[in-house]
Ligand binder design. Structure first.
Ligand SMILES: O=C(O)CCC(=O)C(=O)O
Ligand SMILES: [Fe+2]
Length: 230
């Protein structure tokens, strides 16, 4: 894995994580052997613990699903243990994923393998408004760490073409990605980013509730005072 020399910091990439022949076999499995949800847009299949689109954490009601044979050789080995949650997604041309950060409290490390057609992923710093487009080339493994993981959002524009830096217009084609997530020990993130971190936001919420309680108590004292004066 090599860190890309750009902002945000912390984007690591390994091109040719698998061979083109291996990729052909995987795409055949994705297209002919897997059962996908019957709907349009971005499609997802989950392995290990299931991602919850309600809490953006883990769906506690669905038991751990063992990794299928085709997935095992695609698991990153650099975290010392296999991921807890793996998500295979299919993007037809025109589909994307809105800008987001993967939930800080639930997940720690985050990797994504790209297969099929290339696409640009856009990283955005909400503070400065700065944006960076990273070309996710097929067969590359991406790791989002540091700022790219916690303090910049990432997303894929829903559109049918991408324009390359030299002005060439590239047509989108079918793309698949495999996202790997490791659960964060303790379930709390200490980054303190109140814009993007759910732990920081929750703590701020608790504080706000506490301040509100104080305010109500002070208001009661005032009432008492008023009653006394009258
Ligand atoms: O498709 C990808 O490469 C990444 C998708 C993503 O950001 C996510 O599933 O959280
Ligand atoms: Fe993500």
């Amino acid at each position: 894995m090599e860190e890309l020399p750009l902002l945000p910091s912390g984007i690591l990439m390994q091109t040719d994580f698998i061979t083109p022949e291996h990729e052909v076999k995987l795409l055949h499995i994705f297209q002919h052997e897997l059962e996908w949800p019957a709907r349009s847009g971005r499609l997802s299949l989950h392995y290990g613990y299931t991602f919850s689109y309600k809490t953006f954490g883990i769906d506690e009601d669905i038991p751990f699903k063992p990794f299928p044979d085709w997935l095992v050789p695609l698991l990153p080995t650099t975290e010392g243990r296999p991921p807890d949650q793996v998500c295979l997604q299919q993007y037809a041309p025109g589909t994307g994923i809105p800008p987001h950060v993967d939930t800080h409290s639930t997940y720690d490390q985050l990797y994504a393998l790209s297969l099929g057609a290339p696409v640009f992923m856009q990283f955005r710093d909400g503070v400065s408004g700065e944006r960076t487009d990273v070309d996710l080339v097929p067969r590359s493994m991406l790791q989002m760490s540091g700022d790219s993981r916690l303090h910049w959002t990432h997303g894929i524009k829903s559109r049918k073409t991408d324009t390359l830096p030299d002005g060439t217009v590239r047509l989108r084609k079918d793309r698949w990605s495999i996202t790997y997530r490791w659960l964060r020990e303790g379930g709390e993130c200490e980054c303190g980013d109140e814009k993007l971190c759910d732990t920081a936001q929750r703590r701020k919420g608790v504080e706000r509730e506490y301040r509100w309680k104080q305010y109500e108590e002070d208001a009661k004292k005032d009432e008492t005072k008023t009653v006394t004066v009258m």
